[in-house]
Design a protein around this ligand. Structure first.
Ligand code: MEV
Length: 433
């Protein structure tokens, strides 16, 4: 174990790497080579990446794949997906093509309101606090005018500020609960800057005009955005579900709906069901430079909004129509943040024909729905492993450093054989002996 180090962030990149190698690695030269192998030869591009975070030592690659044939509200999209899991892009592409042949996806943005809170304590009378808040509220807004000017010009800004009394749940605890419209920006910086200004104004005014102690605890946006909602759906007549893999559409629809119903009532299943949805959502969120941790946190909170963790998708069969839909909160941006900085994010957004934040909400929701459709279709018919292991085959072959010739022969072999880890190992050994 190395000694604790101070001033690490002030070291040069090479010094940081050398410290790491000395502290943790036995084969220092191999580790050094590896780190450097992932540096970009374009120094300007590397510097850009170095400066995204502190203490960058190298780059960490994820594949950027694309899933074509997504027909959304009658517009055709090719969706960029940054993800490492073998079968995700393949499943998305397959689901996209399936629904392309059946009229595509319909999506709509239901609402776009974002939330931020100033959390504070106050040890006086609530009625007095409330009266003070009503008087100071216009000043809270006007003091942010420098921050909100551009956003307001574009049609967004602060929507409202409420005083919320939480003192029954936590002694002396209150909030300024503010709502915002941030248009095409995810809005985290905008919201946090407004909130910090609210806090400063509120505290200053309270000192002069309110009896009792008022202390600001913190000011921060909420990643729970139940009023920044998007809905996506697919539907068709049950008969039209018929395809190469679905020979009995009536049975398929019933089993599929049952799988969704299970995820609606059973949290152990709902978590995995929703994880599959997030395979699609996170991959697009990441490719478009958005904050997938914020999206994850908000989506899972939404999945628990009725007091029990539940499915994000739903299914109905009425009058012979199969309908499958998702409704999720998504706070996304297509301007600001990484969107104009990371070259591959710019590339992804151009591929999506420069979407507005609302367009991107619809595309991301569709990616989640498509992913869930693909997973449930496999789970309720062939089982998940058949498709998954086919895609995972390449990972196993790469672990064994198979040559191109070996890969071709083994992939051929497994076109008609079941892929398991041991079967692949056996096939490699047979080929090599
Ligand atoms: C695997 O990444 C995702 C699935 O487990 C999702 C699901 O079970 O619905 C296949």
């Amino acid at each position: 174990m190395p000694n604790a180090i101070s001033g690490f962030s002030k070291l040069t990149k090479s010094e940081k790497i050398e410290w790491l190698l000395d502290s943790y690695f036995t084969d220092k030269e191999t580790a050094r080579q590896l780190v450097k192998q992932y540096w970009n030869t374009d120094k300007k591009l590397q510097k850009l990446h170095d400066e995204f975070i502190e203490n960058t030592i190298t780059n960490y690659y994820l594949p950027l794949g694309v899933a074509p044939n997504f027909l959304i509200n009658n517009t055709l999209h090719t969706i960029p997906m940054a993800i490492e899991e073998s079968s995700v892009v393949a499943a998305a592409s397959k689901a996209a093509k399936f629904w392309f042949d059946r009229g595509g996806f319909k999506a709509e943005v239901i609402s776009t309101t974002k939330i931020g809170q100033v959390h504070f304590t106050y040890n006086g009378d609530f009625e007095k606090l409330n009266a003070f808040f009503e008087i100071v509220k216009p000043k809270l807004v006007s003091d942010t005018s420098d921050i909100t000017r551009n956003m307001k010009r574009r049609g967004g800004g602060i929507l409202d500020i409420e005083l919320r009394n939480k003192s029954e749940e936590l002694k002396n605890y209150y909030q300024l609960h503010a709502t915002f419209e941030t248009l095409d920006a995810m809005g985290a910086n905008f919201i946090n800057s407004c909130l910090e200004q609210f806090a400063t104004t509120f505290k200053t005014e309270a000192k002069e005009n309110l009896d009792g102690d008022l202390d600001i605890v913190m000011s921060i946006l909420s990643n729970y955005v139940p009023n920044c909602l998007v809905r996506a759906e697919v539907s068709c007549e049950i008969e039209d579900l018929k395809s190469k893999d679905i020979t009995n559409p009536e049975l398929f629809a019933q089993k599929f709906k049952q799988a969704v119903n299970i995820a609606e009532i059973e949290p152990f299943r709902a978590v995995t069901h929703n994880k599959g949805i997030m395979n699609g959502i996170d991959a697009v969120v990441l490719a478009t430079g958005n904050d997938f941790r914020a999206v994850e946190a908000g989506v899972h909170a939404y999945a628990s909004r009725n007091g029990k963790y539940s499915s994000l998708t739903h299914c109905s069969i009425d009058n012979n129509i199969f309908k499958f839909w998702i409704e999720i909160p998504l706070a996304l941006g297509t301007v600001g943040g990484l969107t104009s900085l990371h070259p591959l994010v710019k590339f992804s957004l151009e591929m999506l024909e420069k979407p507005s934040a609302k367009d991107l909400m619809q595309i991301v929701a569709v990616a989640g729905l498509a992913q869930n459709f693909g997973a449930l279709k496999s789970l309720t018919t062939t089982g998940i492993q058949e498709g998954h292991m086919k895609m995972h085959l390449m990972n196993i072959l790469n672990q064994f450093e198979a040559t191109t010739e070996e890969k071709n022969q083994i992939v051929d072999h497994f076109k008609t054989n079941v892929v398991t880890h041991s079967a692949v190992v056996e096939a490699i050994e047979n080929l090599r002996s």
